[in-house]
Design a protein around this ligand. Structure first.
Ligand code: 13P
Ligand code: SF4
Length: 352
């Protein structure tokens, strides 16, 4: 059904009927069949910034995952309705940190007497109530394209950082970009009392990393890097910072999805690249840059199953419903959560 010309035509017609009343945002991990209808594509940071770019549009159709649609709702006015074409498009990483777990963690840090020296930073890939938690506790949001600047800011505000929910982005940024050591990092496990950490560990740690990860990027291993280097002489290894530390350590380049596209764009013709990120994007890179060789870092298939929930049939359904005056799958964040999550998001948007 994906390439069904009838569906493509229906999407085009509904899109045209809506005109400027709809603004379609697409994350780089979306399917080609969906990306072709996006007014703007981007990484998480760019989409958060661009969500508010068309204040005149009544509807924002967010082709991405739930936490992104929530952030778009938080960053736009009440008059704009955010629609997620499939409500099952969540994020397994975001689900690894619940509000109650994060509150329990903060209680543990208070009991240990260190909470007032800790600045909470949450990766964009988290629910709105966790962003709000960070807003209330003088912390901020970050994405993979500004994690270093967010951490630098945090270490100006306090001695320690609680980094939610992606341990890999936190560790990779602290160790590979800011010169902290692996010993400065501890992992807080929400399923163990006190996170499984001793008083001494909490006192010595500079980075308290939440035990969360991306199941897609978690599949790349150090062996994948060694194998591709053996297979393709001179290959450049380019990965997303959600990959494990040993993978990022072995890679040549690391950055957000927007950075990955830009790096390929600027690469010389004839160069070879092994890319460690979601497969829809890696395949698209091959189509975009036919003068370069683009290989997937893993040998197996590696889509983000929740990003893939947004397919052409769902997009057609959302657009046709809106064109008929029915708002489906609206994502709304309550006013109090919106207020505090916006505080945390605005701190990120204000980073130099
Ligand atoms: P970026 O597009 O910000 O690099 O994020 C990647 C990601 O995993 C989004 O879920
Ligand atoms: Fe979440 Fe990973 Fe999918 Fe991004 S790629 S939406 S972090 S599961």
């Amino acid at each position: 059904s994906a390439s069904d010309p009838a569906l493509v035509e229906r999407a085009r017609v509904a899109r045209e009927r809506l005109g400027d009343r709809v603004f379609v945002l697409g994350h780089h991990y979306q399917r080609d069949e969906v990306i072709q209808f996006a007014d703007v594509t981007g990484d998480s940071f760019k989409l958060a910034r661009d969500a508010a770019a068309r204040p005149g549009a009544e509807y924002i159709v967010f082709c991405g995952v739930h936490f992104m649609a929530e952030s778009a709702d938080i960053l736009t006015g009440d008059a704009q309705k955010v629609v997620l074409p499939d409500l099952a498009a969540g994020c397994s990483m975001a689900d690894m940190a619940t509000f109650t777990q994060v509150e329990d963690c903060w209680d543990a840090l208070e009991d240990a007497g260190i909470a007032e020296r800790v600045v909470p930073i949450t990766y964009m890939n988290s629910s709105a109530d966790i962003k709000a938690f960070c807003g209330r506790h003088e912390g901020a949001v970050c994405t993979s394209s500004n994690a270093r600047r967010a951490l630098e800011w945090a270490f100006e505000q306090g001695e320690k950082v609680l980094f939610l929910p992606d341990q890999h982005l936190g560790r990779n940024t602290a160790v590979l970009e800011m010169g902290l050591s692996l010993d400065d990092c501890v992992v807080y496990n929400p399923h163990r009392p006190n996170g499984g950490l001793t008083q001494e560990q909490l006192e010595n740690a500079k980075m308290i990393l939440w035990k969360g990860h991306c199941s897609v990027h978690g599949r790349f291993t150090a062996d994948c890097v060694d194998e591709v280097r053996a297979r393709i002489p001179g290959v450049n290894v380019l990965v997303h910072p959600e990959c494990r530390h040993e993978v990022v350590t072995k890679a040549d380049y690391v950055g957000s999805t927007e950075y990955i596209i830009k790096t390929l764009q600027e690469a010389p013709a004839g160069s070879s690249w092994a890319v460690g990120t979601e497969l829809n994007l890696v395949k698209r890179l091959g189509q975009m840059f036919p003068d370069k060789t683009v290989t997937f870092l893993d040998r197996t298939v590696c889509y983000c199953s929740t990003m893939n929930r947004i397919d052409l049939p769902h997009l057609v359904w959302a657009l046709e419903s809106l064109a008929a005056g029915e708002v489906v799958n609206q994502i709304t964040v309550d006013p109090d959560t919106t207020h505090w999550a916006k505080v945390a998001l605005d701190r990120m948007l204000a980073l130099p």
